[in-house]
Ligand binder design. Structure first.
Ligand code: BV8
Length: 251
């Protein structure tokens, strides 16, 4: 599928692009072996979001919620960035500006070398004290104690992620909206485009005149609005686009 991709028109657009935004979802990490949320082997298949990824679930049973995050952290720690993550990281040296806005919390974009990252939904490798609000990095896999407690005040620690029903960081959301409305091109990669407000960002970009490039093996509610809707796996498609780009002066 990927090798028949005609990238001609897309490369023409990319050659003139200076501000590139990239919005990623769980699909970009699928080829690294991390289950997506809504796919066949999806994380939600085994668990339901309202049971676990919510403040109510955490206050009701912090141990159960932490067992789910600890299980994911152990999986994530064994995974490496795939070619899709690596191309996005390389593009920070190809285009004048590349802004990466991710819904993912797995840290694989950082591992691939991306620097200009806006994590809409937080990061599974950060924990936050529920009393003091302090945020620290924690890479223990598995966690030494479940639920983990703040070494300073003894209160419960929580994952520094955004749960359903919680607002995103206003700073990060505002910046992501600004980057979406200012970019020339937005790649929308590996997201089912159902979770708000992240799913509104491609519309923000499109309405501001950006060209939208969707990369996803399946159609999404956003596909009809994309200028380029490429059916395929991002770990295969992105290197193909990158190879074509290297043949132009953009390399
Ligand atoms: C908010 C972090 C204001 C945690 C996540 C009722 C009450 C309260 C809120 C709501 C409500 N109704 C609606 C809402 C809003 C809600 C929402 O959008 N719900 C949806 C489900 C309808 N949003 C919120 O609550 C947000 N906050 O609105 O605040 C507010 C406040 C109070 C009350 C009301 C409103 C917060 C949302 C953040 C939730 N946290 N994650 C954790 O991870 O544990 S969301 C979670 O889903 C992940 O972040 C994930 O990224 C995100 C979206 O999923 P995707 O990334 O798109 O993954 P998915 O599996 O769905 O799709 C994968 C795609 O990849 C597929 O299309 C597949 O085809 C593709 N793919 C597969 N393989 C590949 C591939 N693509 C490329 N290559 C491949 N190889």
């Amino acid at each position: 599928m990927a090798e028949k991709l005609d990238t001609g028109p897309l490369i023409e657009v990319l050659q003139d692009a200076s501000r590139v935004a990239v919005l990623t979802g769980a699909g970009i990490s699928a080829e690294s072996g991390i289950p997506t949320f809504r796919g066949e082997e999806g994380l939600w298949k085994k668990y339901r979001p309202e049971e676990l990824a919510t403040p109510t679930a955490f206050s009701r049973d912090p141990k159960l919620v932490w067992e789910w995050y600890d299980w994911r952290r152990v999986i994530f720690a064994q995974k490496e960035p795939n070619p899709g993550h690596k191309v996005i990281a390389r593009w920070e040296g190809t285009f004048p500006t590349v802004s990466l806005i991710t819904q993912n919390i797995d840290g694989l974009h950082q591992k691939a070398g991306s620097k200009n990252i806006w994590e809409l939904h937080g990061n599974i490798w950060k924990v936050r004290c529920t009393e003091e609000g302090t945020i620290t990095e924690n890479y223990d896999t598995p966690l030494k104690e479940i639920p983990p407690l703040c070494p300073n005040c003894g209160a419960l620690l929580r994952p520094h992620v955004v749960w359903f029903g919680e607002s995103l960081s206003p700073t990060i959301l505002q910046k992501s909206i600004q980057l979406s409305s200012e970019c020339d091109v937005m790649f929308v990669i590996g997201t089912s485009a159902v979770v708000q407000p992240a799913a509104s960002l491609p519309f923000e970009a499109s309405e501001a005149g950006a060209k939208i490039v969707e990369i996803n093996p399946d159609p999404t509610p956003f596909s009809l609005y994309a200028d380029f809707s490429i059916r395929g796996k991002s770990g295969e498609i992105l290197p193909l686009i990158d190879e074509e780009l290297k043949k132009t002066s953009k390399a």
